[in-house]
Design a protein around this ligand. Structure first.
Ligand SMILES: NC(=O)c1ccc[n+]([C@@H]2O[C@H](COP(=O)([O-])OP(=O)(O)OC[C@H]3O[C@@H](n4cnc5c(N)ncnc54)[C@H](OP(=O)(O)O)[C@@H]3O)[C@@H](O)[C@H]2O)c1
Length: 269
């Protein structure tokens, strides 16, 4: 089976398509076409966020695609500065309205701290927000719940007195950037790692070692980088607005040899 058709299974049994389509930095105007193109070439998993400002366009694309809702997997994220129960309620309600869906497949806390104040301790706020996530999960309005950019400390904090272990931690993960302590912790607790910026937001594309290795496999650097994430049991979320690339990024049905994986593991950006 092609990778684009494959799924992984979250620890609650929910199936999640192995490759997700990223939509960060795609404007509200552009996103509808990009998502429709992605769905046309086989993606069934779309990653957006309240703070990307494009949820409405994603929602329109879902409807226009004609694909039954249950065959699509939609993720959105609660903005990183929202750290109270009441505000979480307001913002997530807005995400439901923007996307215009009855349920969301996965919601994430976008980051453990506001992007404007990276590293601030928001332990209590994260627990409070998680309580609302658990309620929505119990009500069946969301099929799975998770976090993003969480360290081991941040994960332990919300897991301390919660009912549900996060299903997902979405983190920056690509060749040259692998945080082994978080990956190890997530593997131990069956928390799926979603690999965001699998192409390092484009920075990997001109790396000479990667170009040489991609040539050897007769693939592009983008395909090599996406396949690397899959070989590492993470779920890549490549983004593109270019139809040629959107399709290219689905063609990742090859294996990277162990010896080459070792070389890729050692790459420093
Ligand atoms: N949770 C978080 O905090 C967080 C943070 C960052 C990202 N994310 C998620 O992860 C997704 C992906 O990360 P990202 O947006 O940083 O970027 P990325 O997927 O690592 O790279 C995207 C860049 O690579 C280009 N590109 C894509 N495919 C290509 C190909 N086959 N050949 C040549 N160039 C190609 C794109 O160009 P064009 O678009 O011009 O075609 C774009 O400039 C995001 O969209 C978002 O959904 C989440």
């Amino acid at each position: 089976m092609r990778a684009i058709k494959k799924t992984m299974t979250l620890h609650n049994g929910v199936k999640i398509p192995l490759i997700g389509f990223g939509t960060w930095q795609i404007s509200e105007n552009e996103v509808e076409d990009a998502v429709l193109e992605a769905i046309k070439v086989g993606y069934r998993h779309i990653d957006t966020a309240h703070s990307y400002g494009n949820e409405k366009g994603v929602g329109r694309a879902i409807k226009k695609s004609g694909i039954p809702r249950e065959q699509l997997f939609i993720t959105t994220k609660l903005p990183s500065h929202i750290k109270t129960y009441d505000e979480a309620k307001v913002y997530l309600k807005e995400s439901f309205e923007n996307l215009d869906v009855d349920y969301i497949d996965l919601i994430l806390i976008h980051a453990p701290w506001p992007w404007s104040d990276v590293g601030r301790n928001c332990d209590e706020g994260n627990k409070e927000v998680w309580r609302h996530f658990e309620e929505l999960y119990e009500q069946g309005l969301v099929k799975s719940i998770g976090v993003s950019n969480f360290s081991v400390h941040d994960l332990e904090n919300i897991m301390q007195d919660s009912q549900v272990v996060p299903h997902v931690n979405q983190i920056a993960f690509h060749i040259g950037h692998v945080k082994s302590d978080v990956v190890e912790f997530c593997n131990e607790h069956d928390i799926l790692i979603q690999a965001y910026s699998p192409l390092a937001t484009g920075r990997l594309l001109n790396h000479q070692t990667l170009k040489d290795m991609a040539d050897k496999y007769n693939v592009t650097v983008a395909q090599l980088a996406i396949r690397y994430c899959i070989e590492k049991d993470t779920l890549p979320l490549p983004k593109s607005v270019t139809p040629k690339y959107i399709y290219e990024n689905t063609l990742v049905d090859f294996k990277i040899d162990e010896s080459d994986l070792k070389i890729l593991d050692e790459i420093k950006l």
